[in-house]
Design a protein around this ligand. Structure first.
Ligand code: GLU
Length: 367
């Protein structure tokens, strides 16, 4: 199993200080991502840089209140330029990427959240690099994620990634402003530490984050078992260097949760009154390996559930698994006992060929 890692690159890691995409920086990132894949990692990229890539093409407003629409227009023109550079850089490695633009709303609404998760899973299964950014053009105050550090947190959570790397100017967390010659970098920080008393360096003028937003990201993820690494992109092979523990700060995830992160989450939200009963063959197959639950193995459907609900999987009155249903109970009733290839004839716009995807399935024996 590959280690899923979310990597967030800030605006200055992919663009020039004076604006515009930096093809050289993007080529270097892409090259390193390819090496990461060879080393058994499965990367998901959260890339800033749309606004900075497009800002020279949009006239800067004099009035401050026009700044938001300026940034939105700059992002609209900059995002495709940014993606073009990623596409070209990956092309040199015979590889492909996909663009995923989201807002905060998309994570709050369960169906949209599942669509993000499923799409990213599909892309990874197809060896395509998912590249995520905020959809700045439609984002306004109420629905904006705010900064891409928080977006990276949501993507880490949505994709069950084990690690998050936040690439930035500073090489991790220091006990005082890193420009101070006496500043000392923290190598490893335990998930219980609250890093109070640490003074942060000022944020860069490009991009929305800063060390403060990065530490907020750390606080959200490490208690759930995710390791977060903060380190500089201003060096050769910054990602491999950080993953090998040379530089940067590693914020260690809670080891208790690391083992059973997904499990604990699924078991806490399972519906008590919704389940499917599976046949002997399906039950045996599920015990042997973590495979998706196919409709052909389902004999009965109980209770009322929606697509996205966590339901139980039973055999001989015993719960053998729980997982996120890809269909609602009416649809499940229609496809039970049927081959996956028949689903599209039975359900209009079916978005899945499995009843519960293996990534969303917790087998009881692993509990
Ligand atoms: N979405 C913004 C962009 O692509 C970046 C936001 C951030 O840096 O946090 O320019």
């Amino acid at each position: 199993m590959k280690t899923r890692v979310v990597i967030k690159v800030g605006s200055l890691a992919v663009t020039d200080e004076k604006g515009g995409v930096s093809v050289t920086k993007i080529k270097a990132i892409v090259q390193e991502l390819q090496r990461l894949k060879e080393k058994g990692f499965s990367p998901i990229l959260v890339s800033s840089g749309a606004i900075n890539s497009g800002r020279s093409l949009i006239q800067r407003p004099e009035e401050k209140k026009m700044m938001i629409s300026f940034q939105q227009a700059a992002a609209a023109v900059g995002q495709p330029l940014l993606m073009k550079s990623y596409v070209d850089a990956l092309h040199a490695h015979n590889a492909h990427c996909a663009q995923i633009l989201v807002t905060h709303e998309d994570f709050k609404e369960r169906k949209r959240f599942l669509n993000i998760r499923n799409t990213i899973n599909q892309l990874i299964d197809n060896n395509i690099l998912p590249i995520v950014n905020e959809n700045d053009t439609v984002s306004y105050e109420e629905i904006t994620v705010g900064d891409n550090d928080q977006l990276a947190v949501m993507i880490t959570e949505a994709t069950d990634a084990e690690k998050l790397i936040l690439l930035t100017v500073a090489d991790g967390l220091f006990n005082k402003n890193p420009k101070d010659p006496d500043a000392v970098r923290f190598d490893v920080v335990d998930f219980k530490d609250d890093f109070s008393g640490v003074k942060f360096a000022a944020k860069t003028t490009v991009g929305r984050g800063g060390m403060d937003t990065k530490l907020k990201a750390v606080r959200k993820l490490t208690p759930n078992g995710v390791d977060v690494i903060i380190g500089t992109f201003l060096t050769e092979n910054p990602l491999l260097r950080l993953l090998e523990g040379q530089g940067g700060t590693l914020f260690k995830g809670n080891p208790e949760k690391q083992k059973s992160r997904r499990k604990s989450w699924l078991s806490t939200i399972v519906k008590n009154d919704a389940w499917v009963v599976v046949d002997e063959g399906c039950s045996e197959a599920m015990k042997k390996a973590t495979t998706s639950l196919l409709p052909v193995g389902i004999k009965k459907v109980y209770g009322m559930f929606k697509r996205g609900d966590v339901i139980q999987v039973k055999h001989k009155n015993k719960i053998i698994a729980v997982g996120i249903s890809e269909f609602d109970y009416r649809e499940m009733e229609l496809i039970k006992g049927k081959k996956s290839s028949e689903i599209t004839d039975l359900i209009e716009n079916a978005h899945s060929k499995v009843a519960i995807h293996k990534d969303n399935l917790l087998i009881k024996s692993d509990q």
